[in-house]
Design a protein around this ligand. Structure first.
Ligand code: NDP
Length: 299
C-alpha cells in the first residue's frame, strides 16, 4: 500500500482563504478588523523569519498586524508593561510572544500575563484547563491544525484509536485532549513508554511530536493507519555537503508504504500552524465582539 499524502500546504491555503472571507465580512458588516500583535525579544534569526512570515500572512488575510521588537536585554517589567498595554488595546484581538526568549525571561510567566481571551497560541493555563475539561477554548495552533486535517480525512473521529507520541504542553498534551474531545480513544506515549512500537502498530492514528529525526519507521505503523508528523528537524543533507535538509519525526519513505494517509515534512503540519494562528485571531475577535464564530475554524 502507498499512502495518500495529506497536502498541508493546500489545506492551509484553504484555511487562510476562509479566514480572509470572514475578515472581509466582519469589515463590511461590522466595521471591525481583527488585529494580531506579535512580540519578538532579541534577534534570534529563526524567530525573525517566523515573525516576518506571521506578519505577511496576517496582512494577506486582511487583518491588522502589530509587530513589537524589543531588545534582548529588555527587562521583565518592560515586557510585562507592553503585554498589559496590548491586553487593554481594543484593536488587538490576539497576542503572541515569539519563543524562545532570552534566559532572564520566563516563558510560563510571560504566557500567564497574556489575557486568556487574546491568547491565540492557546498556551495560557485557563485555555489549557478549558480544553482539558472539554469546554470552549482557544486551542494551540499546531494541535488545532492536526485536528482539522484529521477531521477532514475521516469526517468523524469517534471511536478511532489514536497514539500521540510526545507529551509537551505545546503539542502532545493539547492534541491528545482535542482528540479525546472528538471521542477518539487516546494513548499518550513518551520517552518512558514501554513497547511503544507495538502501541503505535495498533493505532488508527499515529501522531509524532517527538523532535527526533525519522524515529518512527514503517514497521511502527499498522496497515492503512493515518500518520501525522509534527516533527521539524534540520539534519545535514545526505548528498549536499554543508547543506541542511528538513525531516520529520517519521521515516517518510518506509511509513508511506504502510500508512493509508500521511503528512509530509515539509508541507504537512507546518503550514497549518500559521493558518490556525490566523483562525484563532479571527475567533478571538468574534468572541470579543459577541459575534457568531466561523464554522470549521475552531476545535
Ligand atoms: P518537546 O521536546 O517539548 O517534547 C518532545 C516529547 O517527545 C516529550 O514528551 C518526550 O518525552 C518525547 N520523546 C522524546 N524522545 C522520545 C522517545 N525516544 N520515545 C518516545 N517519546 C520521546 O517537543 P515539542 O512537543 O515542542 O515538539 C515536538 C516536535 O514538533 C519537534 O520536532 C518540533 O520542532 C516540532 N514542532 C513543530 C511545529 C509545527 O509547526 N509543525 C510546532 C511545534 C513543534 P518526555 O516527556 O518523556 O521527555
Amino acid at each position: 500500500m502507498t499512502a495518500k499524502i495529506i497536502d498541508g500546504k493546500a489545506f492551509a491555503a484553504n484555511v487562510r482563504a476562509d479566514v480572509a472571507t470572514h475578515v472581509a465580512r466582519l469589515q463590511e458588516e461590522n466595521d471591525i478588523t481583527p488585529g494580531l500583535a506579535v512580540v519578538l525579544v532579541g534577534e534570534d534569526p529563526a524567530s525573525e523569519v517566523y515573525v516576518r512570515n506571521k506578519h505577511k500572512s496576517t496582512i494577506e488575510v486582511g487583518m491588522n498586524s502589530f509587530e513589537h521588537k524589543l531588545p534582548a536585554d529588555v527587562s521583565q517589567e518592560e515586557l510585562y508593561a507592553l503585554i498589559e498595554k496590548l491586553n487593554n488595546d481594543p484593536s488587538v484581538h490576539g497576542i503572541l510572544c515569539q519563543f524562545p526568549v532570552p534566559d532572564h525571561l520566563n516563558e510560563t510567566d510571560i504566557v500567564a500575563r497574556i489575557s486568556p481571551a487574546k491568547d491565540v497560541d492557546g498556551l495560557h493555563v485557563v485555555n489549557a484547563g478549558l480544553l482539558a475539561t472539554g469546554q470552549k477554548t482557544m486551542a494551540s495552533c499546531t494541535p488545532l491544525g492536526c485536528l482539522m486535517m484529521l477531521r477532514d480525512h475521516y469526517g468523524s473521529l469517534s471511536g478511532l484509536n489514536a497514539v500521540v507520541v510526545g507529551r509537551s504542553n505545546l503539542v502532545g498534551k493539547p492534541l491528545a485532549s482535542l482528540l479525546l474531545n472528538d471521542s477518539c480513544t487516546v494513548t499518550i506515549a513518551h520517552s518512558r513508554t514501554k513497547n511503544i512500537e507495538a502501541l503505535c502498530r495498533r493505532a488508527d492514528i499515529v501522531v509524532a511530536a517527538v523532535g527526533r529525526p525519522e524515529m518512527i519507521t514503517g514497521d511502527w505503523i499498522g496497515d492503512g493507519a493515518t500518520v501525522i508528523d509534527v516533527g521539524i528537524n534540520r539534519i545535514p543533507h545526505p548528498e549536499k555537503e554543508g547543506k541542511f535538509k528538513l525531516v520529520g519525526d517519521v521515516h517518510f519513505a518506509s511509513a508511506i508504504e504502510k500508512a493509508g494517509a500521511i503528512t509530509p515534512v515539509p508541507g504537512g503540519v507546518g503550514p497549518m500552524t500559521i493558518a490556525c494562528l490566523l483562525a484563532n485571531t479571527l475567533t478571538a475577535c468574534c468572541r470579543t465582539h459577541g459575534l457568531t464564530e466561523p464554522e470549521g475554524l475552531t476545535a
